[in-house]
Design a protein around this ligand. Structure first.
Ligand code: PEP
Ligand code: MG
Length: 330
């Protein structure tokens, strides 16, 4: 029985009509990698590096970070790893950084905005990443979606931010003599989704952060428990922004992942696949359910379902389209 389940978890998320969705895990340290692989992950679609800073209560040195990123690459043995640079601010506050207090931290100096203002935080992190690439990524490693290491920037809202970040990355890569590392951006602000076709010119891939995209689209603080039932990532307004993101990426041949919570919901995952998302990354425990659901679907049907979902009036109407909704409610 256990063996049959393990075999099921290891199967790819390939729809009945042969479309394969890449499946990653959201994992923050090398110790969690074996468990994620056992649950059926094909790689790590989101490593949230702020946890390196938050868990220990001080700033990890470049060497400490190099050790952690090398550990991740070794544990993954060539499978894809997407490392997100520091996303401090909003719900992730680090007292030891002594950042100025803000009235609205979610609308303040967060993610990429902080990175650009604090080279003392960004540069050691990028050096650690490119050193890890130099030591662990072979010259003939695959590129694109299958690259063993990719770097991703959080909370992007504008083209100049991306251009500046790319320039800084390239400068450090040159200095270290590291191989090329794909550079992607998080799409988690409506401005980025709306301008996805423009942003796609300047980066290698997108990963949609549906937790923040939902918060910023619906104007609902993601931590407000009173409003939690309304903060549904399957709201048609959020789905339309995801569709726009996929269309913008497709124009430039970029791939799109989703690493927010809705990627781990079987119905959400099937809608995302129908909207044109290529990769889903989630908490390891959600992996088996999502893979099983996608394997039971036809991409042609998922595309129609996704278009139907975008045309609904509200999130409840979208959820009612779930063929499994009736049995789930029993
Ligand atoms: C998101 O916003 O969906 C996301 C994946 O990033 P985080 O939850 O770390 O803000
Ligand atoms: Mg986010």
């Amino acid at each position: 029985q256990a063996e049959t389940e393990a075999r099921e978890r290891a199967k790819p998320a390939q729809t009945r009509d042969g479309h394969r969705i890449a499946i990653g895990a959201n994992v923050n340290n090398p110790e969690q990698v074996p468990m994620a692989l056992d649950q059926g992950a094909e790689g790590v679609g989101l490593m949230r590096t702020e946890f390196l800073f938050l868990e220990r209560g001080d700033t990890p040195s470049e060497d400490d970070q190099y050790g952690t990123y090398s550990g991740m690459l070794t544990a993954l043995a060539g499978r894809p790893l997407i490392v997100r640079t520091l996303d401090i601010g909003g719900d992730k506050q680090a007292a030891h950084l002594h950042l100025p207090k803000e009235e609205n931290p979610f609308l303040g100096v967060r993610g990429a905005r902080l990175l650009l203002r604090r080279p003392d935080l960004m540069e050691p992190q990028l050096r650690a990443l490119y050193r890890a690439a130099k030591d662990h990524v072979p010259a003939d490693a695959p590129r694109g979606k299958d690259a063993p290491l990719s770097i991703m920037m959080p909370m992007i809202t504008s083209v100049p931010e991306v251009l500046r970040l790319r320039e800084i990355c390239e400068g450090i890569r040159d200095e270290i003599g590291a191989p090329e590392v794909p550079l992607g951006i998080m799409i988690e602000v409506p401005a980025a989704a709306i301008q996805a076709d423009v942003l796609a010119r300047h980066c290698d891939f997108f990963s949609i952060g549906t937790n923040d995209l939902t918060q910023y689209t619906l104007a609902i603080d993601r931590q407000n428990t009173d409003l939690a039932p309304e903060a549904d990532s399957l709201h048609p307004a959020v789905l339309r922004l995801i569709r726009l993101t996929c269309e913008g990426a497709a124009r430039h041949g970029r791939f799109v992942g989703v690493c927010g919570g809705i990627a781990g919901d079987p119905f959400g995952a099937s809608l995302l696949a129908g909207l044109g998302v290529h990769e889903l990354s989630m908490t390891p425990r959600d992996l088996p359910g999502v893979k099983a659901r996608l394997r039971a679907c036809d991409m042609a049907e998922l595309k129609a379902l996704a278009m139907d979902a975008c045309a609904q009036e509200d999130a409840a109407a979208v959820r009612a389209l779930d063929p499994a909704a009736d049995s789930a409610a029993d």
